[in-house]
Write a protein that binds this ligand. Structure first.
Ligand SMILES: [Zn+2]
Length: 448
């Protein structure tokens, strides 16, 4: 690295203020173009922060007015190595102010936390990106490879007016990018050690389940509600939905999940045997994180919406349901065969949304750089790979062949139920965790 001034501004000094400011932009994404707001204003503010230190930024809207995105590149020492994309989304899910202890768009800094919608999903990372990008320009730090900072719209509704639109319509923005880091990984999980102490594990996301929303349709014979009906669409659909909703898909421990469980086993002394019928019982002992881990052990298909009929005494010709399916890497064909078996021949299915699963290995130079950056600040910790049961913008970038990781470093207090904060009431992020994250991110990007 090259330091022009000899002074290395500490990005941790600014990150709390920047994240608080970001939360004060109400960037609620309702999923409806008419009521989604704030992304453009937030994106333009970020563009100004980067221009202020000399970046050439590109502000662009992705498919609809107001869906603001910002891109900025920083040239590295060796551009032939392939660029690293660092991405964060600006939108947040809506928040009902009456349910909160503080106003969800106040960005209040109180009791050691920054409070508000987006504090962990994911204005924490967006703040780290801004302060580190500014630090590098101001101090003249040249990263080892090109960096592409991307601030994005519409992640919370699947990225149709964000990452996926950009990949489809402006692939040039990602020219030369080979790897990427974004949400949801890099946070710590403290586990009890077999020798009585504790170990902080940093969970780096290397895999995501597929996200697929399925429409089921049953067609029958319409008619009067007082007659005998053996082709009732509502009945056929309800039976299929009930079978699906009650079904347990097989336990399929993937490489990522087994690496994660093996690491936890080494620390805690629990043994997680992939073939044990009580694998899930053992996982329960991990506390709140068990919720996430159990969701990565098998496919799921949860019925979420039903639609049929328009009058109490009219049997409708058609009935529809939406099912939220989450599919493990490598399971697509088997999953679909199982679904077909369950819904039977009288109900048809189609994908309304289909974003495939993703999995990469936990090795290589970039993983080493993440590991070194974490250990430089938290020497007794350990990084481990894990699979996210949800989806992120990584799904869009993976379509371009980019290798993706979730790495938003946060050192969290052991008692904090971190996963409950995502989309939760009183979403907040510890001030110390943010400062830690900015420090780790700065070190990581200096050596990536
Ligand atoms: Zn997010």
């Amino acid at each position: 690295m090259t330091v022009a001034t000899g002074v290395r501004p500490d990005p941790a000094d600014d990150v709390v203020e920047v994240v608080s400011r970001l939360i004060r932009f109400d960037t609620s994404n309702t999923g409806d173009l008419d009521t989604t707001k704030g992304e453009a204003e937030c994106a333009r503010w970020i563009a100004a922060q980067l221009e202020d230190v000399g970046y050439q930024v590109e502000y662009l809207e992705s498919g609809a007015p107001g869906r603001g995105n910002v891109f900025a590149r920083l040239s590295g020492a060796d551009s032939s190595r392939g660029a690293l994309l660092i991405h964060g989304h600006l939108d947040v899910v809506p928040a009902e102010a009456a349910d909160w202890s503080v106003h969800p768009f106040s960005g209040a800094v109180e009791d050691g936390y920054v409070w508000g919608r987006g504090a962990v999903d994911m204005k924490d990372m967006v703040g780290m990106m801004i302060v580190v990008a500014r630090q590098f320009r101001r101090a003249g730090i040249v990263p080892p490879r090109d960096l592409v900072f991307a601030f994005l719209a519409d992640e919370e509704n699947g990225g149709r007016y964000g990452s996926h639109w950009l990949v489809d319509h402006r692939p040039d923005l990602f020219d030369g990018v080979t790897e990427a880091v974004g949400e949801v990984g890099g946070f710590s999980l403290t586990v009890p050690r077999r020798d009585g102490g504790e170990r902080r594990l940093y969970l780096i996301e290397t895999a995501e389940k597929g996200l697929q929303w399925m429409r089921l349709t049953a067609r029958g014979r319409a008619g009067h509600g007082s007659m005998v009906h053996d082709h009732n669409a509502v009945t056929a659909l309800a039976e299929a939905v009930a079978r699906l909703g009650r079904h347990r898909f097989p336990l399929v421990p993937t490489d990522t999940v087994m690496q994660f469980l093996t690491a936890i086993g080494e620390e805690t002394g629990h043994s997680f045997d992939a073939d044990s019928p009580d694998l899930e019982g053992t996982i329960e002992k991990l506390g709140p994180i068990a919720r996430i881990v159990k969701a990565t052990l098998r496919d799921t298909a949860n019925p979420t919406m039903l639609k049929a009929g328009y009058k109490a005494n009219v049997v409708p010709a058609i009935a529809e349901a939406i099912v939220d399916c989450r599919v493990l890497p490598g399971r697509q064909a088997a999953f679909e065969a199982e679904i077909d078996e369950l819904i039977g021949p009288d109900v048809t299915r189609e994908w309304v949304t289909s974003l495939p699963s993703y999995e990469t290995s936990f090795d290589g130079d970039l993983v080493d750089a993440m590991n070194s950056a974490v250990l430089a600040v938290d020497p007794d910790a350990r990084t481990v790979p894990y699979m996210l049961s949800g989806g992120t913008d990584a799904k869009a970038f993976a379509r371009l062949g980019i290798r993706c990781f979730g790495f938003t470093p946060l050192r969290l207090p052991p008692e904090l139920d971190f996963s409950a904060l995502f989309h939760g009431v009183d979403e907040r992020v510890p001030v110390d965790a943010l400062r830690f994250g900015a420090d780790v991110m700065s070190r990581f990007l200096t050596h990536c």
